[in-house]
Design a protein around this ligand. Sequence first.
Ligand code: ADP
Ligand code: MG
Length: 388
Amino acid sequence: MKLSLRDLDIKGKRVLMRVDFNVPLKDDGTINDDTRIRMALPSIRYVLDQGASLILMSHLGRPKGVSNPALSLRPCADRLQNFLGRKVALITSYERAKGIKIGEVYLLENLRFYKGEEHPGEDPDFAKSLANLGDVYVNDAFGTAHRKHASTAVITNFFPNKSVMGFLVEKELSFLAPLVTSPKHPFYAIIGGAKIGSKIGVLESLVSKIDAIFIGGGMAFTLFKIKNIDIGDSLFDDKMMDKGRDFLQKCRKKGVVVHLPQDIMITNDKENRLILATQGIPSGWRGVDIGPETLKEWEKFLNKAATIFWNGPMGVFEVASFADGTNQLAKKLSTMPADVIVGGGDSVAAIQSLQLEKNFAHISTGGGASLEYIEYGQLPGIELLTNK
Ligand code: ADP
Ligand code: MG
């Protein structure tokens, strides 16, 4: 177990806290979705209630080590100021933060304006200059905890015994850790989306924990291909054929049933059709969603689950006519008795657009981080924090 913010006496201290304010922006530069700022509020309010001063740090977007006004954290400072009802100063020259007083809140300008954030080896002094600003270090940036950056990893070297997790990280772990260590069975995983290359590791590590797996989205077609079913022009990753075969074999050995879609929505960009998967997809056509029979069949199993982990949309859900599979699945899952835990940027977006967030046991704020946690059972930014 790691030390938590609650375990430290922070009265009168300067608290240096890494948060994940990497919010999606609209074209006009305003905030599109402030979920990530809201999720950090419990830790932020706690620090201020304890009579400490607070220096927040975050990245936004990918400025690649160069200052870029379009990626300023100014909109986040303003939004946080509204939430807190007290001044939040945006600090462009970090040295100035040394003068912070009790009760004040500073937000350091985008960490990734400096090369040393993402590439600590190229500028080892960067982490040290950040560390000089605080008396204790809090990591509450779950969405960035899989990165070994200056503000998420290296900085812990300067706070032996005083590197703790914030409440958001604690909450994420309280839902994700049991999936890895002691899930309630039956435990089913539903995996979709497009990135089979980056998700195959997660699939493999899930095999030893789950009772069955349901695979939809673009991921499914590489597996159909392995089973010698024609996939037409569907999404397909040639490099994943061997890994996919290994995965299927591992599942067979462990007795984990792999459910693939039974019916598929296909398109040739002029016309859409619903076909049975076993028919195969003709060339010129590609699979873009799972069909209603698939959902009916899957539902029978999923209804019996105690735990479900869902990552990745079931189809090209950004296009309204290919969103049914994902949306219907989200609706069904929202009413099921199982604890349903959702990770992954796009799957979470689908649930949010249906306003179903409240009906899920846990919606992770970190897409990549939640998957890496399930794959490896740990995250570098959390592993380096002080042990209890
Ligand atoms: P998440 O962010 O939830 O982890 P991914 O990023 O892996 O999910 O995948 C999301 C993307 O997968 C979406 O943009 C969606 O359009 C795409 N996708 C889903 N099904 C298919 C499909 N059948 N063919 C092509 N792309 C698909
Ligand atoms: Mg995604």
